[in-house]
Design a protein around this ligand. Structure first.
Ligand SMILES: Nc1ncnc2c1ncn2[C@@H]1O[C@H](COP(=O)(O)OP(=O)(O)O)[C@@H](O)[C@H]1O
Ligand SMILES: [Mg+2]
Length: 253
């Protein structure tokens, strides 16, 4: 399934527009996830196949309990599949050790959660800086990245605040800054507007759309069809299976 491209062609398309015809950044083949609790087996995902190309913005939709968070956790290497194959940027990451998974996650994946998940006793600046510190980045580079990321989300003026001193919408903007500061290959967002009112929800969605226009690859879980329209493509899950993939066109252009 690889498309032959010369090195020159590959590098010239990396930063410019035509986004079709590229290799998949993400490929899931026959992904299954079974949770075992006491004597109950829950088939959270059954035979999921799909791809995300570099620069795509994909929404994952479906009713509560259909497996959206499970799928995102596998994509983000927070959890492993019971069966199937996961290829990320050409690398088979299906059976990496926990330490290797953590390394790939830290460098290549940015997460945005419904509940923001900022650390309460760290400032805005420190929250955005922490994953960069884990990565062993030097202080000057961390500072540059943190400032730039907070600038992008319009939160530079709140650098010394603590999460509890911010509104929900502001906390989510900080969480987005934390996710993008490491320049990940992939941004994963699990119901990022779930804890926000509609005004702040729209603002967060607009910010994600802007990151996408800037070249980010985004996979967002939502159960709200209005928000799925921001994405270029919607993958619909039902009972752990992909039941439909539709092109929405997105609000991109
Ligand atoms: N850690 C777990 N242990 C047992 N069952 C789980 C676990 N996580 C999720 N599940 C089950 O897997 C199914 C899918 O859950 P989830 O991915 O959270 O759905 P969604 O995010 O679409 O609401 C549900 O039936 C849920 O109860
Ligand atoms: Mg969920």
């Amino acid at each position: 399934m690889t498309t032959p491209t010369s090195p020159a062609a590959a590098s010239s398309t990396a930063a410019s527009s035509p986004k079709s015809g590229r290799d998949a950044l993400i490929r899931l083949e026959g992904i299954k996830k079974v949770f075992l609790t006491d004597e109950v087996e829950t088939h959270a995902l059954s035979d999921v196949h799909f791809e995300i190309k570099e620069g795509e913005y994909v929404a994952i939709a479906g009713p509560s309990g259909c497996g959206k968070t499970t799928l995102l956790s596998i994509l983000g290497l927070l959890d492993t599949a019971s069966d199937g194959k996961y290829t990320l940027a050409g690398q088979d990451v299906t059976s990496l050790s926990a330490a290797d998974r953590a390394r790939v996650r830290n460098r290549q994946i940015g997460f945005i959660f419904q509940a923001f998940n900022l650390i309460g006793d760290l400032t805005v600046y420190e929250n955005v800086e922490l994953p960069l510190t884990y990565r062993g980045m030097d202080a000057a580079e961390r500072k540059r990245r943190v400032h730039e990321a907070l600038e992008r989300v319009g939160m530079s003026h709140r650098m010394k605040h603590y999460p509890s001193q911010l509104s929900g919408g502001q906390q989510q903007r900080v969480a987005i800054a934390r996710a993008v500061a490491g320049e990940p290959l992939l941004l994963l967002a699990d119901e990022p507007t779930g804890n926000l009112d509609s005004t702040n929800g729209e603002a967060v969605m607009e910010l994600l759309a802007e990151l996408h226009r800037g070249g980010a690859t985004i996979c967002m879980v939502t159960h709200d069809t209005r928000y799925a329209e921001h994405a270029q493509r919607t993958v619909r899950l039902f009972d752990g299976r992909v039941v439909e993939e539709e092109r929405s066109g997105g609000k991109k252009s």
